[in-house]
Structure formats: C-alpha cells, structure tokens
Design a protein around this ligand. Structure first.
Ligand SMILES: Nc1ncnc2c1ncn2[C@@H]1O[C@H](COP(=O)(O)OP(=O)(O)OP(=O)(O)O)[C@@H](O)[C@H]1O
Ligand SMILES: [Mg+2]
Length: 255
C-alpha cells in the first residue's frame, strides 16, 4: 500500500532519512516510534509529498508519490487524512468550520449535510459541544482532537497521525486508541501512527517500527517488538518501564 524504497533525505545539511525501506500493508495500523529528531514526522510528510526524497522513491499503491505530477498528486492526496503534530487549526475559523473544511473543498455536499457530518465527526472525538468555539478557546488536547476529527471527516482510505495522543490525558488517549482501532476494524482504514507512547503503540499497532537517527532499526509485530534485541529498541522500552512480555515493569530504583 505505502512503500518506501531506499529513501534518503537531507535537511539543513544533515542526513535525516538514511536509505529507509519498508512497506505498509493495506488495512494495517503501522506505528512508528523513535526519539525526538529521529525522522518520524519527516517520514510521514514524504507519504503525501510535503517533502520529496533526495534519492529513492515513495509509492502509494501503484502510484509513485515522489514523482507524480500535479493532478495525479492531488488524487493521491485525496486518499489521505493527516493529523499534524501541531493540529494545525486555522485560528480564525470556528471548530465546526475547521473540521468541515476538507468537505467544503472537495465534495458537492450542502451546508446542512456538511454540518451533520461535522457533528458526527466531533462526536467521535467526544467534542460535541465545541462546534461554535474557536481554536484559541480550547485546551491543547481538545485542539488535537479537533485536528483528528478533521483528518477523518472525508472517510479517507489512509490516515496519518502524528502524535495523536501527546498532550492528552490517559483516559482521552485510550479513547483515541479505540477510535483508531475502530476505523481499522469497521472501515478497513490503513493507519500510520507516529507516537512516543509505547502503551498506545502496543494497543493499536499491527506492527511497530523504530526509527533511530534516520535509520529503520526494527520492524516487528508488538509481541516481537518488545522482545527485540536491538539496543535502541531495548533502551526505548526500558525508558517506558515495559518488559519483554509487553507489561508494565518495575520503576527505576531511587538513587
Ligand atoms: N523543514 C525542515 N528543515 C530543516 N530541518 C528539518 C526540517 N524538518 C525536520 N528537520 C530536521 O529533521 C530531523 C528529523 O525531524 P522530524 O521532525 O522528523 O523528527 P521527529 O522524529 O518527528 O521528532 P519529534 O518526536 O520531536 O517530533 C530533525 O533534526 C529536524 O530538525
Ligand atoms: Mg515529529
């Protein structure tokens, strides 16, 4: 479904992606973890060509995103929903208008139909009451959920989530996890989720990939991922107190 073929990218003179190759299957939830600056957001951006590889190629189905021309590229992008790390809401539009924006831009729906869909979208992220509010009036976690409603409003085939649960309280985070799982099981959505939250990764991922300094150091199903011998994966697991059985381990000893 989405394939990276030896993708390399330099930004500001630094190698940010170093010949990474992997393939995401249709209908899976592919989770990408890794330290800050590892290249996770940069990878997502390559999938919709907000960035292009210096060498290598990115494919979506049988279309080469990294070489597609404008109309083709538009068609490929329409298959995606994107939740940006920053939520990226337009401050001067109400929540309802922010969420409805992708529908207004592409569909021939009436205003009433759009409003109905927006209400449904907001209900899915437990924000029914936010319709007439403005982004500036919301908490960070609420803004993130509005961004999520906007990413799913067009029923996209593929959804890219950049840190969907960061800044959310644990209960809301699990609501988002359940939503991602539901989209997969009920609608067959393919999801790519970037997260620091390993508990979420283990709960939603069909496979978990770890990026370290622009290289893919592991790709495995959750139960195998937690047993990885890779030193960076082990460090990452230990830092979140996760044992090789995927359970909550003991807290570090006080020094
Ligand atoms: N537009 C850009 N111009 C220059 N450098 C960039 C740009 N975007 C990203 N980078 C650099 O590329 C590297 C990887 O960035 P990326 O945003 O992918 O990190 P990340 O893994 O998403 O980290 P985080 O967990 O902090 O979001 C970083 O060193 C970053 O500074
Ligand atoms: Mg990022």
């Amino acid at each position: 479904m989405i394939r990276f073929e030896k993708v390399s990218k330099r930004l500001s003179g630094r190698v940010v992606l170093d010949e990474i190759s992997f393939e995401i299957e249709a209908g899976e939830t592919f989770v990408i973890v890794g330290a800050s600056g590892a290249g996770k957001s940069v990878s997502l951006k390559h999938m919709v060509r907000l960035l292009t590889p210096d060498t290598g190629a990115v494919w979506v189905g049988d279309e080469c995103v990294s070489r597609a021309r404008s109309t083709r590229l538009d068609r490929i992008r329409e298959r995606f929903g994107f939740l940006f790390q920053s939520a990226a809401l337009l401050q001067w539009l109400s929540v309802g208008d922010n969420v409805g924006l992708p529908l207004r831009m592409k569909s021939g729906l009436s205003d009433t139909e759009i409003d109905e869909r927006v209400h449904e979208g907001l209900a899915m992220v437990n924000l029914e009451d936010a319709f007439t509010k403005f982004p500036g009036e919301l908490s960070g976690g609420m803004r993130k959920r509005v961004g999520l409603a906007r990413a799913i409003i067009t029923d996209p085939e593929i959804i890219l989530y950049d840190e969907p649960t960061s800044g959310l309280d644990p209960v809301t985070s699990r609501t988002i996890d359940r939503l991602i799982n539901r989209l997969r099981s009920e609608l067959g959505v393919t999801s790519v989720v970037v997260t620091h939250d390993l508990h979420s990764a283990l709960a939603i991922g069909s496979r978990i990939a770890m990026l370290h300094e622009g290289k893919m150091v592991e790709i495995a199903a959750p139960q195998m991922f937690v047993q990885s011998k890779n030193e960076f994966v082990q460090g990452f697991l230990e830092a979140q107190y996760i044992t090789t059985q995927g359970h909550w381990g003991k807290t570090p000893e006080a020094s």
